[in-house]
Design a protein around this ligand. Structure first.
Ligand code: PLP
Length: 383
């Protein structure tokens, strides 16, 4: 393949064709699933290919990583067995005495991990509200603060952070900017282009998009000592994504752009519709003009605002719990960014320690007919 020609193609084309993949031996246009756990050496007892032992990687995962490098425009991308294992690896390579700054609130499972595990490892954390992130300078201790970690748009109020603005602060103070872009994947915001040093996406969500493959991706703008530690940690842990999950991810990536557009269109329609319903106290959607960070989302999410909507119900927790029980089209399950629409009472999902409002319902809008989704919510509200 002529490199010059390749670089002119759109990322959508690259994803649909898995980088114009074909198998050199069979001519097949879909990568094979490489289930081998070990790989033979040659006559000189040297590795005969790229792999020695599957704890460190396999050909199918490497193929998926190559595609994500193009999507994220990264210097390197690593795939992990879950989103959480990718995020935890970022923390694992820190040393006792290091300091990090983390947005609050962010995805609840990682929030709990930070709270319980980091202090035991001697890592100091400053938790700051989304509005304070633009004042991050006053929290950064030069040399000691290893990174500032943000999530955009953030769970479950969908606050969009201006990455360009924050990256100016972090880069001047030699602090890495880590962006959890699970809810604004690279098909709508390329966070490395915007100034992040490392981007994270739970591939379980939009990137796979079919609720059948668990995983996480870390992509770096620059390979450096910090990145080498992450590679080493994944090799020792064996937390690399499995071959089957990688294969399902490659398949899901083919339709990322089209799924993202359709679910974003559906979500915007639903958000506007729900805003007019008197049973609803407030609709939180990054693409609604009355959302507090709409202007930033409009600038930064260039290919759609995504599928995540939260609604606060009039009638409190009782009404919210009724709606999640009465739906017939939405599935009452936790997750996001998939083809099918999901609904959850967020506080019940997060557990007793959650600070989420008791009347808040989180919706992940899929690619079904928007009319079916609207009438389902209406019948659940009115039942
Ligand atoms: N980050 C965000 C924003 C998430 O929503 C999730 C999962 O819901 C994760 C990280 C963790 O990813 P995973 O479930 O793949 O471990």
């Amino acid at each position: 393949m002529n490199k010059k020609h390749r670089s002119t193609k759109h990322i959508e084309t690259e994803l649909v064709q898995s980088l114009h993949f074909f198998d050199k031996e069979t001519g097949g246009i879909i990568p094979r699933i490489d289930f081998s756990t070990t790989f033979v050496r040659d006559k000189n007892y040297q590795p005969s290919g790229d792999f020695i032992y599957a704890r460190e990687g396999n050909a199918t995962t490497a193929e998926a990583e190559k595609i994500l490098k193009v999507l994220d425009k990264s210097q390197d991308t690593l795939l992990f067995s879950s989103g959480m294992s990718g995020l935890i690896t970022l923390l694992e390579v820190l040393e006792s005495g290091d300091h990090i700054i983390v947005q609050d609130p962010i995805y609840y499972a990682i929030s709990r991990y930070l709270e319980y595990i980091c202090p035991r490892r001697g890592i100091e954390i400053s938790r700051i509200k989304a509005e304070e992130i633009y004042d991050a300078k006053k929290y950064i201790q030069k040399g000691r603060t290893k990174f500032l970690w943000i999530e955009t748009p953030s769970n479950p109020h969908w606050i969009t952070i201006d990455i360009q603005k924050v990256s100016k602060i972090t880069s001047s103070l030699e602090c890495k900017l880590i962006v959890d872009a699970t809810c604004s994947p690279a098909c709508t915001s390329n966070v490395l282009d915007l100034g992040a040093d490392i981007s994270f996406q739970s591939t379980t969500k939009y990137l796979n998009g079919h609720s059948d493959s668990l995983g996480g991706a870390l992509s770096t703008k620059r390979t450096d000592e910090f990145w080498d530690l992450i590679i080493e940690a994944r090799n020792y842990q064996g937390s690399v994504m499995s071959p089957l999950n990688s294969w399902l991810l490659i398949r899901g990536l083919k339709t990322l752009f089209i799924r993202f557009q359709k679910s974003s269109n559906n979500a915007l329609l639903l958000a506007k519709h729900l805003s007019k319903n008197s049973a609803v106290e407030k609709v939180l959607y990054p693409g609604l003009e009355d959302h507090p960070t709409f202007i930033i989302a409009k600038k930064q999410m260039t290919n759609g605002f995504g599928s995540m909507i939260s609604i606060k119900m009039n009638g409190g927790s009782k009404m919210a719990k009724k709606v999640v029980r009465k739906v017939k089209v939405f599935l009452p399950a936790t997750s996001l960014g998939s083809t099918e629409s999901l609904i959850e009472h967020r506080k019940l999902v997060e557990g007793p320690e959650s600070n989420v409002e008791d009347n808040l319902i989180r919706l992940s809008i899929g690619i079904e007919s928007s009319e079916d989704l609207i009438s389902d919510l209406e019948q659940a509200i009115n039942s």
